[in-house]
Write a protein that binds this ligand. Structure first.
Ligand code: GTP
Ligand code: MG
Length: 197
């Protein structure tokens, strides 16, 4: 499934320009710089189609990519510390919220959390919204190569416990590094099963 060719399909700054939901869709959400675009590249092993950057806030539109016309992968703009004006940031956040709570054909939202920094207020906010709108989501800890393995496990347990306190029914956490490749294969398998092909 993930061997299919990845092609840019559409970019949207408003819900009116979302493409028609013709394919099962999996979206990647999370704070700015958490590694959303890099994960898309690692999952598809196709570098250069999705742009990544050191500078937070590079992805400023909702970008839709098709994988062999079978699955749509969606790179969401990051929330948090973008180098942008306050009004612009708020507009992106509203767009992301609208997308995750209303999108037809959305099979799963991967909510990316930087292993080193953990969950922040905005992450909990998005989780709450997804709970309310009954959007299925999967937490993915990213950049596991940046901390000691023992800390990855410790972080994962902390996050799982805090989510249980919020009474969310969550899928088991996944842990990945787009840099080392750790956990990428497992995530690919999980997502391919979700998309059912
Ligand atoms: P926005 O588009 O700004 O929301 O960011 P993003 O979430 O798409 O992050 P992006 O993939 O552009 O990565 C941000 C930075 O983190 C880049 O400098 C990447 O090289 C780096 N990065 C991404 N994944 C990893 C990883 O697994 N390990 C390490 N060490 N660095 C990573
Ligand atoms: Mg990005």
């Amino acid at each position: 499934a993930f061997r299919n060719k990845l092609e840019f399909f559409a970019a949207a700054k408003a819900s009116s320009s979302f493409p028609a939901p013709n394919l099962p869709e999996i979206a990647f959400a999370g704070r700015s710089n958490v590694g959303k675009s890099s994960l898309l590249n690692a999952l598809t092993r196709q570098w250069g189609v999705v742009r990544t950057s050191d500078k937070p806030g590079l992805t400023q539109t909702i970008n839709f990519f098709q994988l062999g016309k079978k699955l749509c992968l969606v790179d969401l703009p990051g929330y948090g510390f973008a180098y942008a004006k306050e009004e612009v940031k708020e507009a992106w956040e509203e767009l992301v919220k609208e997308y995750v709570s209303t999108r037809v054909g959305l099979k799963r939202v991967c909510l990316l959390i930087d292993t080193k920094w953990g969950m922040k207020a905005r992450d909990y906010e998005l989780i709450e919204l997804m709970e309310r709108s009954k959007t299925k989501y999967q937490i993915v800890l990213t950049k596991t190569d940046t901390v000691f393995p023992i800390d990855v496990a410790r972080r994962a347990t902390q996050i799982e416990e805090s989510l249980l306190q919020n009474k969310s029914v969550v899928q088991p956490l996944m842990m990945v590094s787009s840099k080392s490749g750790a956990g990428i294969r497992s995530l690919r398998t999980v997502l391919a099963n979700i998309a059912r092909f």
